[in-house]
Ligand binder design. Structure first.
Ligand code: FMN
Length: 367
C-alpha cells in the first residue's frame, strides 16, 4: 500500500523494475517555481545503472519527462507527474528465480504477502523504485536551496571493512564526492574500495558499505515532537531505501561509549541564535533541529543477487543450487549517494512546510 511520503509535500512513486515506466506524482509543490527536466536530470544521472564499471551493467538512460504540473517552465501548484521509461529489460535472466526465491531478496516475502509477484527484476522491490524519489528529491532540493539556503551532501563512508576518515561537514561538496568513481572523498582509501568492488564483481560476489550525509542550513525549529521527531522521520525514510540495514545520527553508537561530560554540546552565541561548540547531537535535540549541521550515516547490506552458487530451496521446498543470472550491483553505496540526498530533501522540505504552516497561525511566535 505504502508508496506515499509526506504531509504537505506529498510524493507517490510508482512502477516495477521491468514495467513500461517508473516515476512519481508530487502533490503540494508550491506554484511559481522555475522547473524543467534540467533541474532533475543531474541527480538521476548520478543514480543511473551502467554509469561506471562499479555499477550493474544494465544500461538505462533514465531520461525524465515532466508530464504535468508546469507551464512555460514554472510550476502551477497542481500535481507534477514525472516519468522515466524502463528500456533495458532482460526478463530471461530471471527465469530461474521465478521458481527459486533469492536468499535475502524480497521474492519470498512478496509472494507470501500478495500470492503473486513481478518475478522479473524484483518488481516493486527493485531499486528502480528509487528513481521516483530521486526525481522528487531534486525538486524538493531546489526549493530548499533557493528559499532556505539548505545544502545536502552525501558520500561513501565505508565499503566492507575499509573506512574513510571522517569528513569536514562544513566543507564537503558534491564535486569532492564525485571526484572518485566510488564517491568516497578520502583519497587514502578510495582506491582500495574500488579494487575490492571490482574484485567482487569479477568473482560474482557482493559487498556492503555505509553512506554518510550532512544537511547544512536547516532552520531552528524544524521537526515535530514524539512520533515525528526529525531523526525518526529521517530514519524511517532512509530505511525505505532498498538494502538498508541501519541508521545512526550524530554520535550514534559511538556515543554509548562516552561520558555525559564529553558528549554534551555546550551552547555559545552564534549570530542571532544559540549554537553549540560540538555537535554530538547531530543537529537535532528533542526531535527538533537546533540550527547545527544535521549528519547521519546509513548501513547498506551486500546486494543479495550474486552469481556464485548458493545452496537453497525452491518455492516447493526442494533442495537446489541457485546461480543467479542477470546484471547486478556488486556494491550499492556509490549509487545510493544521490538516493540518500533525495530522501533527506523530501523529509526536510515536508517538515519545513509543516512548520511554516504552524508559524503562520501561531499566537505566540517563537523567540
Ligand atoms: C542503488 C541500489 C541498487 C541495488 N541493486 C541491487 C542489485 O543489483 N541486486 C540485488 O540483489 N539487490 C540490489 N539492491 C537491493 C535490493 O533492491 C534489496 O535488497 C531487495 O529489494 C530486498 O530488500 P531489503 O534488502 O530492503 O530487505 C539495490 C539497492 C540499491 C539502493
Amino acid at each position: 500500500m505504502s508508496s506515499t511520503h509526506g504531509t504537505l509535500f506529498k510524493t507517490t512513486t510508482f512502477g516495477e523494475s521491468h514495467c513500461k515506466a517508473v516515476g512519481v506524482v508530487i502533490d503540494g509543490c508550491p506554484p511559481g517555481l522555475s522547473l524543467t527536466e534540467k533541474d532533475i536530470q543531474p541527480q538521476l544521472d548520478r543514480r543511473r545503472p551502467g554509469q561506471s564499471a562499479l555499477a550493474t551493467n544494465r544500461q538505462e538512460a533514465d531520461q525524465v519527462q515532466i508530464l504535468s504540473g508546469t507551464e512555460r517552465g514554472k510550476t502551477l501548484g497542481t500535481p507534477i507527474a514525472l516519468r522515466v521509461n524502463n528500456l533495458d529489460q532482460n526478463p530471461n535472466d530471471y527465469k530461474e528465480m521465478s521458481t527459486i526465491p533469492r536468499p535475502s531478496h524480497a521474492d519470498y516475502t512478496y509472494q507470501m504477502k500478495y500470492g503473486i509477484r513481478a518475478a522479473s527484476g524484483g518488481g516493486r522491490s527493485s531499486a528502480r523504485e528509487t528513481i521516483g524519489n530521486v526525481a522528487a528529491g531534486a525538486v524538493a532540493e531546489k526549493i530548499l536551496r533557493e528559499k532556505y539556503g539548505v545544502e545536502i551532501v552525501a558520500w561513501v563512508a565505508s565499503v566492507g571493512s575499509i573506512e574513510a576518515a571522517p569528513v569536514d561537514h562544513g566543507q564537503i561538496t558534491r564535486e569532492m564526492v564525485d571526484g572518485h568513481i566510488t564517491r568516497c572523498p578520502d583519497a587514502r582509501v578510495n582506491g582500495a574500495m574500488e579494487d575490492l568492488i571490482t574484485q567482487l564483481k569479477e568473482e560474482g560476489d557482493s559487498i556492503g558499505g555505509t553512506v554518510g550525509c550532512v544537511i547544512r542550513g536547516v532552520p531552528v525549529g524544524i521537526g515535530e515532537p514524539t512520533y515525528d521527531k526529525l531523526e525518526a522521520a529521517l530514519a524511517r525514510t532512509m530505511l525505505a531505501i532498498p538494502a538498508t540495514k541501519g541508521f545512526e545520527i550524530g554520535s550514534g553508537f559511538a556515543g554509548t561509549r562516552m561520558r555525559g561530560s564529553e558528549h554534551n554540546d555546550p551552547f555559545i552565541v552564534k549570530g542571532n541564535r544559540l549554537g553549540t561548540t560540538t555537535n554530538n547531537s547531530g543537529g537535532i535535540q528533542g526531535g527538533i533541529a537546533n540550527g547545527e549541521d544535521i549528519y547521519f550515516r546509513i548501513a547498506f547490506k551486500p546486494p543479495a543477487t550474486i552469481s556464485l552458487p548458493q545452496k537453497t530451496v525452491n518455492f516447493d521446498g526442494e533442495k537446489t543450487i541457485l546461480e543467479a543470472k542477470g546484471r547486478h550491483d556488486p556494491c550499492v553505496v556509490p549509487r545510493a549517494v544521490p538516493i540518500v540526498e533525495a530522501m533527506a530533501a523530501l523529509v526536510i522540505l515536508d517538515m519545513t512546510m509543516c512548520q511554516e504552516a504552524r508559524e503562520a497561525l501561531n499566537f505566540s511566535p517563537p523567540r
